[in-house]
Design a protein around this ligand. Sequence first.
Ligand code: 6YU
Length: 507
Amino acid sequence: MALRSTRDSQILVIGCGIAGIGAAQKLIKHGFNNVHILEATARSGGRVRTGRLGDNIVEIGANWIHGPSKENPVFSLACNHQLLDEESMSEENQAVDIGGHPMFIPNWFSSSGRKLAPETMAPALEFYMNLLERSQEFYSTGEEPFPSVGEFLKAEVKRLTPEEWKEDRESFDLRMAMANTLLKLECCVSGTHTMDDVSLGAFGMYKTLPGLDCTFPRGYEGLTDSMLKELPKDIVLYDKQVKCVHWNYSKNGTNTEGTSFPVVIECSNGETFAADHVIITVSLGYLKKHQSTFLSPSFPPHKLHSIQRMGFGTNNKIFLEFEKPFWDEDCELIYLVWEDETHLDDVVADIKTSWIRKMTGFTVLKPTERYGHVLCGWIAGRESEYMETLSEDEVLHTVTQLLLKFTGNPTLRPRKLLRSQWFHDPYSCGSYSYVAKGCSGRDIENLAEPLPLKGSDSKPLQVLFAGEATHNSYFSTVHGALLSGWREAERLVAHYTPASGSVSSKL
Ligand code: 6YU
């Protein structure tokens, strides 16, 4: 067989999100010339997606750079491309270590239309945040007193609630209802239906980086756009929905020169593409949905098992624009507390009639000079998936009723609404991954393991896997996705780099 050099190797990347762009970027940098990205849709960016609400830029997908400091490659790229404001880049901002839970300045509203004093809520907030911090400690100790974060939090709230709180029934109930608000918000952070589905033993696997979370003044998509501009023109083939990746492909001569390739990609429109290597970056949600048809031969059992068991949930945003604010000028996060929810439960009993109860937090878009008076409501889980099926008018009506009830202001009317629909997005099938109850880092390793498996006689590294769900410390984030793309590109670079260091072919 004729030897092909690094430069000639045909590499296809499936998916033009940040993982796919990152993989292509690294391969090109290392001299691979035959690299293309097949993207199902007409746009790049994937779950990095900037939209518009009237004149405002809003993020439909990823919002913040989590931990914007030197170690974060998304932060470094954003700085290099001059996409951040001065304050976000300052040394002071980079030095702040919030441990993944930014302390936003809150406003609290309750279901009887009362505004609650932050001082009243502060002890219960601190109590709950301490428990949340403790739930991350089991990863390093190797213990797991409960199978899930939800079960742990519920049991510990019961066990550790200070006795003196119980003396005043009304304020005790309010504190419990408040803990429920926070538990539901935690579902948004983890992107899960209920915290009962999130592994306690693996909760601490997720690593945080220093830096005060920041946003992109001109939109997150500026990052993926800037990265793409540095790649060869026409590297992305749009509107190519990959239907099946055929590996260990035995029918030869699929390109015009009659060269044999181990992988053939079949698209939904009937087109085929041959390759030496394919890097798959589609979401875990997409893999779950198409697990029986996406790969031929199918996934080895342990890999399939991990695809099925790992968590991938929905977190949606509902943006609302107001004529004038009903919140305090310095407020960054609005919490809603349902006074009748006095025992911890983060799922809603009747989704059709009460889905809105799952939405307990709204971030205030800042600075006001840039956005006007815009809130971003967060809603996770099956309630969120149900919300996606309703018309925009219905959602607006229900959210308006909710805010009337909680503010007690009968004239309150949002003037515009925009919501995300990540679960019904056919190429995301949800928002992001989490380590589900019963899963561990081993499952993430299984997701990332290339095919064929080690020890096989077939051509190595035919199919590689990247994407946020394959990163064992930064899953669910943009930087995790980027690093996973780089990791798989480097795997190929190393494959073509003999121990001596000079790049040549092993094919
Ligand atoms: C972050 C944040 N953020 C909010 C919301 C969402 C996400 N994330 P992609 O899907 O991008 O690319 C795949 C491409 O493949 C895509 O273009 C498809 O069209 C294409 N494709 C699919 N099928 C195909 C086929 N068959 N053929 C061809 N092409 C195909 N991350 O850093 N900061 O603020 C948020 C947030 C609403 C939805 C987020 C955030 C997640 C990121 O957006 C996401 O990880 C990456 O963009 C994924 O990139 P990718 O390339 O892998 O896939 C303790 C503990 C708890 C742990 N959790 C901590 C929570 C931290 C995360 N929080 C995020 C929250 C928000 C608000």
